[in-house]
Design a protein around this ligand. Structure first.
Ligand code: GLU
Length: 481
């Protein structure tokens, strides 16, 4: 097999859609598995959408996911530049070659002429979509009154064009369905099919993977390769990611921008795992590390039918990946999420490190971890419902007694706390629930948290006592309804 060269060629739109990421992922996995090259190319010919900001979002998304590129923006490579807007000379050069060989021609038709032809077409009962038949296909002269023109491909009308798709199998398209599509606009900007072919050709791409919304473009692209006397790459067309209701997944159904998942506290490996499985399988395995994906990925097992987005399953995959991380790493990754909610601590903060193991099993995302450890820092913020229910006068004495009891407990560890406190409850014939919930609310402000003794251990003796006493005062002063 010749060296694998694959590419991801997003058009910046302001966010990187997770469906696009799945395509990028498969190519990246293929490159990493085979020791090939993964190219990132920015298709920025739509100048309105390709702002610096939207390009930045693409690069930032790829970096966050850890889908590193071997050639592309910022690092360059031997077949650059990697922004289409910087390759206009190359497109002009190839357009000249096609003009010279008769595979392309200059079309001087005006917008008005094309609109008139379209109107005339729609007035007839002809079937199918309108295809402009340029009078300039067969003319050799030039108009005297204008120079502005596009360059069109002289599409063949006979025969068929086909390819053996890595995902969809054999596809064939009759050439008489092709039109003389535009290669270059008057301003020198290539249209997608032309830019894509020249780039894939000159970047020596061996396999072009993309969404199956591009299947319609593949026959025209193959015709271009043939016109240039070049071998087309292989193609792999991925089914779209669908919403649970079967529509194409969009913002209306779920978060679709990669960075939204970062901001929600998902882990890149979890996002990649979930997306990999959405359309590819390896037996019934659900959870894969990045390394396992690299080892096990194969085009043979990419399904040809669309996967449906399932937010519950995504959360499950995320939880599993969180469990796999060492606690210190979770602490480090949680720091920015804590800062977001106003808790400024370092990754080596002892309270954070002590709390993570207890909060981790109750969390799915890093944002959950941050929220789950929040009350270990600063003041307790009481949830009103829990406060009203449990910090009531009749519970105040128990909180005071508990504070007094634990004063003498050494070492201040959950096993010891468990033993002593339970012994005290028994001796005083107090049911656990009478004391546990008020104490939980006292220490955390909430009715749900890790185990009582785990919370005490993380808070440490002084803060535990202070919180129990402060809550006892609140409870004593509360008016019952
Ligand atoms: N810029 C195109 C897109 O984002 C690339 C398609 C392709 O990979 O050929 O859909």
């Amino acid at each position: 097999m010749s060296e694998v060269r694959v590419r991801f060629a997003p058009s910046p739109t302001g966010y990187l859609h997770i469906g696009g990421v799945r395509t990028a992922l498969y190519s990246w996995l293929w490159a990493r598995q085979t020791g090939g090259t993964f190219i990132l190319r920015i298709e920025d010919t739509d100048q309105d959408r390709s702002t610096a900001e939207s390009i930045h979002i693409v690069l930032e998304s790829m970096r966050w996911l850890g889908l590193d590129w071997d050639e592309g923006p910022e690092i360059g490579g031997g077949r650059g530049p990697y922004f289409q807007s910087e390759r206009l000379d190359l497109y002009a050069d190839y357009a000249d070659r096609l003009l010279a060989s008769g595979h392309a021609y200059r079309c001087y038709a005006t917008k008005q002429e094309i609109a008139d032809a379209r109107d005339a077409f729609h007035k007839t009962s002809a079937k199918g979509g309108f295809r402009f038949q340029s009078p300039w296909r067969d003319r050799t002269d030039r108009p005297k009154d204008r120079d502005a023109h596009v360059i069109r491909f002289r599409a063949p009308h006979e025969g068929t064009t086909g390819w053996d798709d890595e995902v969809k199998g054999l596809i064939e398209v009759p050439n008489d369905t092709q039109q003389d599509f535009i290669l270059l606009r008057p301003n020198g900007m290539p249209l997608y099919n032309f830019g894509c072919v020249i780039d894939d050709l000159t970047m020596e791409v061996t396999l072009a993977a993309r969404g199956d919304d591009h299947i319609i473009n593949t026959a025209p692209q193959i015709l271009l390769y043939q016109a240039l006397g070049a071998e087309p790459p292989k193609f792999a067309h991925m089914p779209m990611v669908l919403a649970p209701n079967g529509e194409k997944l969009s913002k209306r159904h779920a978060a679709v921008g990669v960075l939204e998942y970062r901001n929600m506290g998902y882990l890149p490996d979890a996002v990649l795992n979930y997306l990999a499985r959405l359309g590819w399988s390896h037996g019934d395995q659900e959870i894969f590390t990045r390394q396992e994906l690299i080892e096990k990925f194969s085009w043979d097992h990419v399904g040809s039918t669309a996967g449906r987005y399932d937010s519950k399953k995504f959360v499950y995959v995320q939880e599993e990946h969180l469990r796999m991380l060492p606690d210190a790493e979770i602490a480090r990754l949680t720091v920015p999420f804590l800062a977001e909610i106003g808790v400024v601590v370092g990754a080596d903060d002892p309270v954070l490190l002590a709390a993570v193991p207890y909060v981790k099993p109750r969390s799915a995302t890093l944002a959950d971890v941050a929220d789950g450890v929040r009350y270990f820092f600063g003041e307790v913020e009481f949830e009103q419902k829990g406060k009203r229910k449990f910090l009531v006068p009749e519970n105040a004495p128990h909180l005071v007694q508990l504070a007094e009891l634990i004063e003498g407990i050494e070492p201040f560890e959950k096993e010891k706390l468990d033993e002593v406190v339970k012994g005290w409850l028994e001796a005083n014939e107090l049911p656990m629930k009478k004391v546990a919930q008020p104490a939980r609310v006292a220490m955390t402000g909430r009715t749900r948290s890790p185990g009582l003794f785990e919370v005490m251990e993380v808070l440490g003796k002084d803060r535990t006592i202070a919180r129990l006493r402060a809550a006892a005062e609140l409870a004593a002063a509360a008016t019952t309804h």
